[in-house]
Structure formats: structure tokens, C-alpha cells
Design a protein around this ligand. Structure first.
Ligand SMILES: [Zn+2]
Length: 459
């Protein structure tokens, strides 16, 4: 009997090894295929360029791309394009850096508001959704996202598969599950105590932590499994049962332990916070961004400015939650909570902006359908930003918040060739960004919906 088990074990080991080797080869081949799609040198003829290094538009520019990075950005007259070169003609378009959404949930679907899905959905359902949503997000012009809350460790795996070239999607700065108190925004509340949905009970799904020590452990455990960023829930939320968005859900000491441990591990930390006290606790604790910030007051705004904390205010999705989510079974309790905070959040966005607080673009994609991310630009402008400010929030500022300014966020030599183009002028109507015609990531074109014949290879 023992020998049978031993043999069986060995064959499992061999099977696993073979499978790993097989997938390894397949993925390398995919990665090579993706690489060969990227021409060695390409020349983008740009009609109008907003490179996000400032507020200006430059006209008639050539962007030279070598492999996956930008080599040169210069006036058309200064660049000699060799004959036979790969030329992409965007002379009729406005070209911008790839957009960045700092608050997505790629594994979430916006048609799953019925509470039954808490028990019907499997981690695989979320992973399948993630594959589809990653592609939609990239095709909408978002070449990078910070994904802040999913099953353990969906965003990490999705990030890795995209980086290997096995799946198509944006660059992902991945968090693990959002860290929550027992009974908080990240817990499953108000069902029978006999009910439990957990994948890793011994780790409380790398999500539930109730003390300084438990928080330190969960942050370290998440880092062990490869997260880039920590997400903690400092107050109650809208789309959870039995808690109040305005109520603080961690003490200052607990938030400080989270921020210090994250920073010690070289990670940034994002704090979900709607409520006034929770926002201030999190800023004082040293988090890098406040997500939502719905009920921020004057003191919170002053603190955010003083500490250089980014606000990531998701001011589009209120429309979707109020108008569409009820059709998909959103319970009345959650609808009422959105009515409490949604409109106030928009007014407080205006206040924080006027005070000069740092703002980065984040939408809570997954609450509304992925791919509609750019709809938020309209609201950012409606509530006080210039179109250029709104674009900076989703490019240069977002890159700064996610710690990737060296690689993305502007169109400059040395950065990844993450480039989008739109037909209309986003500086006069920011809604132009809702229709991105051309998407390039790392020098590879993933979408080209311009009129046929508008692109060419110069021979
Ligand atoms: Zn969220």
C-alpha cells in the first residue's frame, strides 16, 4: 500500500513537471510570437501630440520607436525616415500616452449584483472574467491599471500571464484581496453564521485582519505571493452589507502598521475610505492614496495636501450604480448607501481639486462594465478640471502614484511605447477619449480602428 502511494506520488510529481515544462515552452513561444509582432524600428507620424510632460500640444511630430521603447520624439522636419521603414500614419489624429486607471477590479463583472453570486461564483468565474476584461480595458486605451482587490491572487496571475505574452491586457500593478476588519467592507456579512465561503480558511483568505499583528502578517503574506501594492479598507463601503460607508473600520495604529509594513516591503498602499475620520486616519498613517474619499472634509483636504497623498475619486460610477445596477439585482440597502455618498463625492472632488490636492484617475471598473473607463473624464471636467488636468490625472500623475514614472505616463525617449490616438480633439472635448482608435503597448499595435488606408508602410 505504501509503495503504491509512493509510486502514485512520484507519477504526480512527474506529471506536474511535464505539465510545467509543457506550459513553460508554450508560453515562451507565445512570448516570442508577441515579440516578433513588434518591429525593430517604427516611425509614428503624429498630427497633434499631447505628450503629458506639460499642457501643450505639439504639431507634426515623429515618434521613433525601437523595440518596446520610445527612442526619439522630434519635429517632422528633423527626422530622416529611411526608405522601407515601418511608418504608422497618425497625422490626422491626436496622440497621447496610454491611459492609466488606478482603481480597477478586473475579476469583477458589473452584472453580478444579486447576492446569490456570493455563493454561486467560483474563483474560476472571476479569472475568466479577468481575461476578457483585461483585453477590453487595453482596447479602450488603458495600457496600465492598478488592480486593487480580487480573489487571492488573481491579479498577480493575470499580470504574469500578460507579461509573458500569453494573454492580452494592460500592464497590471496587482494587489491581493483588500484587507478588511471582521464584519467590514471586505467580509461577507449578515448571512447565517453557518455560511462560509472561503478558499484559504487558515489565512482568512488573506483578507480579514483584526489587529496590528494580524495586519502585519497579512501584508507580509500578500507580498510573499507577489503583490505589487497593498489595498486596505479604512472605512465601510457602499457595495457591502451591514456596514456604513461613513464609519471608520481600522484604528490609526492598525492603518499605520499596514502602511509601515507595506513600505518596508517596498510596496505602496491604497486605502479605501469614504468616511471623514477614516480618511484622516489613513492619511496620517502614511498611505499613498485614498480611494473614493467621498466624505472628505476641509481638514482631510489639508492633510492630503500636507502629506502629498493622492486622491483617487471614482466619480463616474454613481450613474451606473443608481441607473443600471438595480436591473442586475442590487439590493435596496446598497442603493440607499450610494444615494448617501455619490453626489457628495462629486462636490468634494471639486473642493479637493480647488485646494490643489494631488489627483489620480481611478474608476472602480468592475462596478460598471470594463472598457467604459474613459467615461469618467467627462465628470472630472464637469466638476472642475480642465481636459488637460483630467488627462494628466490618467497619465503622468497616475504613473507617479503607481510608482512607474520611469516607464509609463508620458511620451518621452526611454519610456515604453504605450501610445494611443483619437480622431477628435480631447482638449476641446474630453469625451473624445471614449473612442480610442489606436492602441499600442510596448511598441505592439493592439487596436487600429482608423479608416482603412490611413496606415502605411513606406517603401
Ligand atoms: Zn474598488
Amino acid at each position: 500500500m505504501i509503495r503504491v502511494i509512493a509510486l502514485r506520488r512520484m507519477s504526480i510529481v512527474i506529471f506536474v513537471l511535464l505539465t510545467l515544462t509543457h506550459f513553460g515552452l508554450a508560453q515562451n513561444a507565445e512570448a516570442r510570437a508577441a515579440d516578433s509582432r513588434a518591429p525593430k524600428m517604427s516611425y509614428l507620424l503624429v498630427g497633434r501630440l499631447f505628450d503629458a510632460t506639460g499642457d501643450n500640444i505639439r504639431e507634426n511630430v515623429v515618434i521613433t520607436i525601437e523595440g518596446e521603447r520610445i527612442k526619439n520624439v522630434a519635429s517632422a522636419g528633423e527626422v530622416k525616415i529611411p526608405s522601407g521603414a515601418n511608418v504608422i500614419d497618425l497625422s490626422q489624429a491626436t496622440v497621447l500616452p496610454g491611459l492609466i486607471d488606478c482603481h480597477t477590479h478586473l475579476g469583477a463583472r458589473a452584472d453580478r449584483y444579486n447576492e446569490l453570486y456570493n455563493f454561486k461564483d467560483t474563483p474560476f468565474d472571476h479569472a475568466f472574467a479577468g481575461v476578457i476584461n483585461a483585453r477590453k480595458t487595453l482596447e479602450a486605451g488603458f495600457t496600465s491599471v492598478r488592480d486593487v482587490g480580487s480573489d487571492p491572487f488573481l491579479a498577480v496571475d493575470l499580470r504574469n500571464s500578460i507579461n509573458e505574452g500569453y494573454l492580452i491586457g494592460p500592464r497590471i500593478v496587482a494587489s491581493g484581496p483588500a484587507i478588511s476588519i471582521t464584519g467590514g467592507h471586505g467580509d461577507l456579512n449578515n448571512f447565517s453564521p453557518q455560511t462560509r465561503v472561503m478558499m484559504f480558511p487558515e489565512e482568512r483568505d488573506f483578507s480579514i485582519a483584526d489587529s496590528v499583528d494580524q495586519i502585519r502578517h497579512i501584508v507580509r503574506a500578500q507580498e510573499k505571493y507577489g503583490v505589487d501594492v497593498i489595498k486596505i479598507l479604512a472605512t465601510g463601503g457602499v457595495l457591502s452589507k451591514g456596514d456604513s460607508p461613513g464609519a471608520a473600520q481600522y484604528t490609526f495604529e492598525e492603518l499605520k502598521a499596514a502602511a509601515d509594513t507595506a513600505h518596508m516591503g517596498g510596496r505602496k498602499i491604497a486605502a479605501h475610505a469614504h468616511g471623514t475620520e477614516g480618511i484622516k486616519n489613513a492619511i496620517r498613517a502614511g498611505v499613498d492614496s485614498i480611494e473614493h474619499a467621498s466624505l472628505i472634509d476641509d481638514e482631510g483636504i489639508r492633510l492630503a495636501k500636507e502629506h502629498g497623498t493622492y486622491l483617487v475619486m471614482d466619480i463616474y460610477n454613481d450613474d451606473y450604480i443608481l441607473n443600471e445596477a438595480p436591473k442586475y439585482g442590487l439590493p435596496t440597502e446598497k442603493l440607499d448607501k450610494e444615494r448617501m455618498v455619490g453626489r457628495l463625492q462629486r462636490e468634494n472632488f471639486r473642493k479637493a481639486l480647488q485646494a490643489g490636492v494631488k489627483m489620480a484617475f481611478g474608476t472602480d471598473a468592475g462596478v460598471y462594465p470594463h472598457g467604459d473607463n474613459a467615461r469618467q473624464f467627462f465628470y472630472m471636467v464637469k466638476f472642475g478640471m480642465t481636459p488637460a488636468q483630467a488627462i494628466h490625472a490618467a497619465t503622468s500623475n497616475a504613473a507617479d502614484l503607481i510608482g512607474r514614472s520611469k516607464d509609463v505616463g508620458t511620451i518621452e525617449p526611454g519610456k515604453y511605447a504605450d501610445i494611443i490616438a483619437v480622431n477628435a480633439d480631447p482638449l476641446s472635448d474630453v469625451r473624445a477619449l471614449e473612442h480610442v482608435d489606436f492602441v499600442m503597448k510596448s511598441g505592439v499595435i493592439y487596436k487600429d480602428a482608423r479608416a482603412p488606408g490611413s496606415g502605411s508602410t513606406r517603401n
